[in-house]
Design a protein. Structure first.
Length: 257
């Protein structure tokens, strides 16, 4: 899953694709490089970020979703708001990637049922403007697993096809370095729940803390290594900034078995 942030303030690439033409061009390039999905987002979720209005979010993402879908890309819309998701599904998106696991907008669940869309449920402690604050974990892997399975089962009970639900442990969202590493190392415990697991660790701040690299763009080698480890340990999808590098490494890892 390739990341296309149509924002001025995302932690890694804010502003790079704020222009819709650039965002579409880069999204199509990612597909050519081997991305199966292109995840388009219009609201930064970095800690401390300001909330974006639904109207502004939609203004940013809709032309990009339309442009990519029209050219055959499988588009995921990264949003926690039902009106934004609805407009993007109308424009050709096929997946809703909700960082709130459908908690922020009660209308999202019925929309997913109505449109038979695929869905990614992510674990998040707190919200971005609160710096993801929240109660401490007992066993971080079990706590995240329990939360996501409960959300997935509730969605299935509401009529969402289980086969269209994926789970994301929310690497970097209210977890410290050790917790992030443990979630990736034990991702198989989440995969054992029977849903595909998406891992998005690309360029995250905990990599900077481990490596001393202040610039997110310098973290691609470590990001690729984590993507390979996530897949090796049970992840089905990795959400990345550097598609070409990750695809190359996955090809070698797959060949080695």
């Amino acid at each position: 899953m390739a990341i296309v942030n149509v924002t001025p303030d995302s932690f890694s690439d804010g502003g790079d694709r704020y222009d819709k033409t650039q965002a579409i061009t880069d999204g199509l390039r990612f597909v050519d490089q081997g991305a199966d999905f292109v995840d388009v987002g219009g609201e930064s979720t970095r800690p401390g970020s300001a909330e974006t209005s639904p109207g502004e979010e939609l203004r940013r993402v809709l032309p990009v979703v339309e442009g990519l879908a029209r050219r055959g890309a499988v588009v995921s819309i990264d949003t926690r708001r039902a009106p934004v998701a609805r407009a993007c599904l109308d424009a050709g998106a096929r997946i809703v990637n909700d960082v709130s696991a459908l908690r922020d907008d009660p209308a999202m669940r019925n929309l997913i049922v109505e449109r038979s869309a695929s869905l990614v449920l992510m674990h998040r402690r707190g919200v971005s403007h609160e710096d993801y604050e929240g109660a401490a974990y007992g066993d971080v892997v079990e706590d995240v697993r329990t939360f996501l399975v409960e959300r997935a089962e509730a969605c299935a009970a509401a009529g969402i096809d289980r086969q269209q639900i994926a789970l994301d442990p929310g690497i970097g969202f209210g977890k410290n370095v050790a917790e992030n590493l443990r979630l990736i190392a034990e991702i198989g415990r989440l995969a054992d729940a029977g849903y595909p697991v998406l891992v998005g660790s690309s360029r995250k701040g905990f990599i900077g803390k481990l490596t001393g690299l202040a610039s997110p763009r310098d973290r691609d080698p470590a990001s690729v290594w984590l993507a390979i480890e996530a897949v090796r340990r049970g992840a089905s999808i990795v959400r990345v900034h550097n598609v070409a590098m990750t695809r190359q490494a996955l090809a070698v890892a797959t060949a080695m078995g």
